[in-house]
Design a protein around this ligand. Sequence first.
Ligand SMILES: [Zn+2]
Ligand SMILES: [Zn+2]
Length: 231
Amino acid sequence: MTEVTRIKLSLSNAYILRGRKTILLDSGSPREGVKILRALARMGIEPKDFSLILHTHAHFDHAGSTLELKRWINVPTAVHAADAAMLARGRTNLLTATRPEGGLIKLLLGNKTFSGFKADFVIQDDMSLKDFGVDGKIIFTPGHTAGSLSVLLNDGQAIIGDLLMGGSLGGNLFAARPNYHYFAESMDDVRASIKKLMGFKPKRLYVGHGGPLTPEAVIERFSRDIQFQRR
Ligand SMILES: [Zn+2]
Ligand SMILES: [Zn+2]
């Protein structure tokens, strides 16, 4: 059993995955390291408990405080190969809006920068997290960015980054209602990745903004766009 804890930050969620060892999944926007450290202190987690800082993708609101945190949590950082250059640059790729609301938000978020860094290792494909002390695996779920990934735990919990989002207004309204994210590098890949993810029959979906989501709500919301396997 892996304990999943959401740390709600200014724009996004970061997650603590606690098994035999602890993984930090995403680090929020720049200058949120202290908030994360405070949450860890409340949970009684120490820097030495960590095995990895993993990124669902290399946007500024998910990798923004990693360098800052590395001063306390000195463990390897990882990102998918297809997002490694964006992470090193520390600049979010020009965003393509998936719906009109996105155009507006792009004005606020487009081209945001953060302290870029070279990941200690890059992930090429689906891989187990067993060696990092967590019973689960990384699955490649591109679309929002070319290198977006999700974590699927053996107990059915899934943390999927910005593959989907919960609700509107950055997840502050109707947080449990599944939506496409405002931006995607490839909508075809987003749909294929949602289908791939749902093929694993996850029980609960944690997202980068808002959430969590139930699989039933996801299937109901997207069954017109995506041919889901029968459950
Ligand atoms: Zn994103
Ligand atoms: Zn995000």
